[in-house]
Design a protein around this ligand. Structure first.
Ligand SMILES: Cc1cc2nc3c(=O)[nH]c(=O)nc-3n(C[C@H](O)[C@H](O)[C@H](O)COP(=O)(O)OP(=O)(O)OC[C@H]3O[C@@H](n4cnc5c(N)ncnc54)[C@H](O)[C@@H]3O)c2cc1C
Length: 402
């Protein structure tokens, strides 16, 4: 193939579009999320963080704007957009408040995603409709003694004829206070090990279901994180999501995609922190100059912007790979690992660029730093991401070409 022909083919395959350039629809969508984040969200961020509570009016607005069912097809009441669009929403919201970012992230990339992929027609009709229009969802896998080792979960499901009886406790469940629909993982056949793990759709109103302690956290404080108690909880058989014993697959596959959402949350944080630092260093005068006139400060801003750009390309690429139906698991793990580190470093540097003002709550950057820390922990710690990347590098089906 001639060189011109080859580059033509590459351009056709990729649509000739740089990773960060958006289609008209994506641009419009991002604009509307930004308008909401700036107009409705920004003024409430500090108070929600202080009181560790999301404003219910904001949650309603997220539903009204179509942010709670982005990928859900229109026939089930959703917006029928692609995964990348959900990523854009999480990024834009997190630029202003990562707590709202994670509300929307869990709803779309974990809960709706699990239902879209594993739900039968009746489950989709019933639950996706509700999740798009009014009811918040949550994803309950972790327990006190099973985090990274998620398949060691101790929650048990016993077949009782037309229903299962579930007993156990889940910990660290995002949206625990607001959610009404939970994807709960329990082992229905412990002798089979992880092959007994089963996913259930559990409604808040089911007998034996209750919400336990709410955590008082370092960051993303407005996002609720709670214990979930299942005490002889009766779950109808028709609420098994996927097949009995296939819950491990449901969890692995949803979390693989969910990680890209956390990457988006992290680049949102990094953008928020860098944006604030750019404004502040332009305004702040020392030695009769704006501090951004000092090369030392300029270089720090340049480092921050470069790191953000790299993280953003990684997150966007992983999302676009997923939408294109191509392998993305390694890229998703890399994107989460890198973007969580970048967000932490960029927010930390923003604090330093604010000087003493960076250390107090009257200014936004200390919160971005607190909020960034979770990126290295949930949906698989950084060590777990490294493990996934290493496994795919060394033992992947397709040899890694350097
Ligand atoms: C704010 C918040 C929200 C959350 N939301 C949810 C949610 O909505 N749903 C849900 O199910 N869970 C949720 N989680 C739980 C989260 O996914 C777990 O905390 C996370 O997976 C880590 O598990 P762990 O806390 O038990 O840590 P551990 O697994 O005990 O890890 C402790 C340390 O050991 C390291 N480690 C463990 N095993 C290995 C290994 N094999 N190799 C190398 N290092 C290792 C880890 O990297 C970590 O540094 C949330 C957690 C938090 C804090």
């Amino acid at each position: 193939m001639s060189r011109t022909k080859m580059s033509q083919t590459i351009i056709e395959q990729h649509g000739g579009r740089p990773l960060t350039s958006l289609s008209e629809d994506e641009e419009m969508f991002r604009g509307s999320v930004r308008e909401f984040a700036e107009g409705e969200l920004r003024s409430r961020v500090e108070e929600m963080d202080e009181h560790a509570k999301l404003d219910p009016a904001l949650i309603k607005q997220c539903f009204d704007l179509g942010l709670m069912g982005i990928e859900t097809p229109e026939e089930y009441g959703g917006a029928g957009a692609n995964f990348f669009t959900a990523i854009l929403a999480v990024e834009e919201l997190s630029r202003v408040d990562p707590s709202v970012g994670v509300l929307v992230d869990v709803q779309n990339t974990l809960v709706n995603n699990a239902l879209l992929r594993w739900g039968n027609e009746e489950q989709k009709k019933k639950y996706l409709q509700q999740l798009s229009s009014a009811r918040v969802g949550a994803y309950a896998l972790s327990e006190a003694n099973s985090g990274s080792d998620a398949f060691a979960l101790q929650t048990r499901a016993v077949d009782a004829g037309d229903h299962f009886v579930i007993n156990g406790r889940k910990l660290w469940i995002t949206n625990g206070i607001e959610a009404e629909i939970f994807i709960v993982f329990a082992n229905a056949n412990p002798e089979a090990g992880y092959r007994g793990i089963t996913a259930f759709i559990v409604e808040k109103g089911f007998d034996g279901f209750s919400v336990g302690k709410k955590e008082n956290k370092l960051g993303i404080r407005a996002s609720s994180t709670t214990e979930i108690i299942l005490d002889d909880c009766r779950v109808p058989k028709e609420n098994v999501l996927g097949e009995v014993g296939k819950g491990y697959k449901v969890s692995i596959e949803t979390l693989n995609e969910g990680r890209i959402g956390i990457g988006a949350q992290m680049i949102g944080i990094a953008r928020g922190a860098l944006g604030a630092a750019l404004l502040y260093t332009a305004e702040r005068k020392q030695f009769d100059k704006s501090v951004n006139e000092f090369q030392g400060v300029q270089f720090q801003l340049a480092e921050m912007a470069t790191e953000l750009e790299a993280a953003r390309l990684m997150v966007y690429n992983a999302a676009r790979l997923k939408d294109a139906g191509q392998p993305f698991v390694k890229e998703a793990a890399m994107a989460k690992l890198f973007s969580s580190r970048a967000a932490e470093r960029i927010a930390s540097r923003a604090i330093e660029l604010y000087g003493g003002y960076g250390f107090v709550k009257d200014y936004p950057v200390e919160k971005f730093w607190r909020d960034s820390k979770i990126g290295a922990i949930y949906e698989g710690t950084s060590n777990m991401q490294l493990q996934t990347i290493a496994k795919l590098l060394i033992g992947g089906k397709q040899p890694f070409v350097v």
